[in-house]
Design a protein around this ligand. Sequence first.
Ligand code: FO1
Ligand code: 5AD
Ligand code: SF4
Length: 317
Amino acid sequence: MNNRFVTYSPAYTVVPTYECFNRCTYCNFRTDPGKSPWLTLTAAQSIFKALQNQNVCEILILSGEVHPNSPRRQAWFERIYDLCELALSMGFLPHTNVGPLSLEEMQRLKNVNVSLGLMLEQLTPALLKTVHRHAPSKLPLVRSQQLQWAGELKIPFTTGLLLGIGETEDDWWETLEAIAQLHQRYHHIQEVILQPHSPGSQQTFDAPPFNPHKLPEVIFQARQILPSDITIQIPPNLVKDSQWLLACLEAGARDLGGIGPKDEVNPDYPHLQVQVLKEILQPAGWELIPRLPVYPQFDNWLSVELQTAVQSLALRP
Ligand SMILES: O=c1nc2n(C[C@H](O)[C@H](O)[C@H](O)CO)c3cc(O)ccc3cc-2c(=O)[nH]1
Ligand SMILES: C[C@H]1O[C@@H](n2cnc3c(N)ncnc32)[C@H](O)[C@@H]1O
Ligand code: SF4
């Protein structure tokens, strides 16, 4: 009875830089500004070369942030742009999530990405006094404006909620309602990630992991709030117990996100191999299938060049 499908994206994560001017207290990724070398194009080229013929489709560009007013901002942005262009020229499809962008930056990245992403985290301003006190990029209005701009620019978009960072249950529904409203206006959200806060060894935020047993309930509610053409994504490496992973699917999650050798955001939580995941899912009647970082209904929003890149990957085995 293999008529139920779950997707994942065969992905590899590339990090332009770990330096970040924000200090989200749950972060296990960042270093201080000026303290991390930037990834060179030469180094990236060797990485991409080694990935060819490995069935990787998505290059996820995930970065720490240089302040919008910094004299280094433009060089930071150009490096990201060039990394996307290189990935594309070597046969991969870039998906970039590097924090909030200016409208012009977004417009330019649309040329070299099949989709962009930015987590809303939570829209409640209460977190500006706690986990986001030193994180100007996490201002709720800055984040929701990104979703609006992506809609205006017709950019297929991935967003989501970070669960268990000090918000209330009502905050979940409000953030989900906001995503639903923006989608009803622009129809551009391809997936919403429900990301359980998972403590790592570098963070200063001292809170337990989000209780994975609560996740199915949140997914079920999110499924009621979100329009049906938005897919709900959960990260399988952060839902360790296979019974609860299956419960998440029963509740309405249909995608497991990017799966690759390392989860750069949660390095303390390695991914199971795809084959192992398949063996967990299959007996319960779920078939795990690969997808691209752009959902098919958005193909016609892409430039002709990007559509060609998508088509050549879709033909791969
Ligand atoms: O490996 C990861 N991939 C993350 N991804 C990648 C994601 O799983 C895939 O790139 C998308 O599903 C591609 O369509 C994100 C993408 C976003 O747009 C926004 C947030 C995330 C967060 C993570 C993450 O924590 N770890
Ligand atoms: C890239 C995305 O990763 C998420 N993120 C950042 N830190 C953590 C953590 N400790 N646990 C789970 N998710 C995290 C945030 O939602 C960010 O936007
Ligand atoms: S979560 Fe993103 S914005 Fe926050 S400190 Fe880490 S890298 Fe910077």
